[in-house]
Design a protein around this ligand. Structure first.
Ligand SMILES: N[C@@H](CCC(=O)N[C@@H](CS)C(=O)NCC(=O)O)C(=O)O
Length: 226
């Protein structure tokens, strides 16, 4: 029996788009439930009953019996790839170099790239470039590593679109929204970002438009420009 899958999401969220991309890549039907943060819906049922942290994405996977609530965006995409191996979103174990690359990029994303949270500090915290200077410098140094990872590859682990891309690409859009000019400063990473924007699952999700509208309404200071 096909599972019933419900995705609790907030349309502009770079975290919440990850399971959506994995679901679209795999052609799995799912229902989307929008949780409007701006109205405080994340602090109320049904979300807090499923995920006491009140965060999206939260994925409810019901294969009959007791539905499973999966939260943490990276956990959701790994879970979906484990439960629905076709088409695969990781390089096969028979290709250890590419598999190692995909695993490393996911870990490096979680350890080095995601915690910077510059976007939240600018959009919600209204912090200035001066206040954020040490974090901006650290992020720019980190992005130099990602430029080297992108050189000579369409995606982060070669020609195959993988969980590593689903992890990393949405966050890279945050930096673009803060004025980072990939084409000028990290051209290989820039080509990678453009390739991801054209990915059918990304286009089908509508996330780029939802994210662009969210950014447009808030007009963040372009702290990464220059
Ligand atoms: N590490 C989590 C972060 C999830 C997260 O911070 N989601 C945001 C939306 S982008 C959220 O739900 N924020 C509400 C809150 O933390 O109260 C993940 O990767 O899923």
């Amino acid at each position: 029996m096909a599972p019933s899958i419900t995705l609790y999401t907030f349309p502009p969220s770079q975290n919440a788009v990850r399971p959506e991309l994995a679901l679209l890549e795999k052609g799995l039907p799912f229902e989307k439930v929008t949780v409007d943060f701006l109205k405080g819906e994340h602090r109320k049922p049904p979300l807090v009953d499923l995920n006491p942290r009140g965060q999206v994405p939260t994925l409810v996977y019901d294969a009959g019996g007791d539905p499973i609530a999966v939260c943490e965006s990276i956990a959701t995409i790994r879970f979906l790839d484990d439960m629905h191996p076709e088409p695969p979103l990781m390089p096969p174990v028979g290709e250890p170099r590419r598999r190692a690359q995909a695993i490393m990029r996911i870990e490096q994303f979680q350890a080095k790239l995601d915690p910077s949270n510059l976007f939240g500090s600018v959009i919600f915290g209204r912090k200035s470039r001066e206040e954020l200077r040490p974090r901006i410098d650290a992020l720019e140094a980190e992005l130099a590593h990602w430029e080297s990872y992108a050189v000579g590859r369409r995606y982060l682990a070669g020609d195959q679109f993988t969980l590593a891309d689903i992890a990393v690409f949405p966050l890279l859009m945050h930096f673009e929204a803060l004025g980072f000019e990939y084409a000028k400063r990290t051209p290989a990473l820039g080509a990678y970002v453009e390739a991801c924007k054209e990915r059918p699952s990304v286009l089908q999700s509508g996330w780029l438009d939802a994210f662009a509208a969210f950014v447009r309404d808030r007009a963040p200071e372009p702290v990464l420009a220059g």
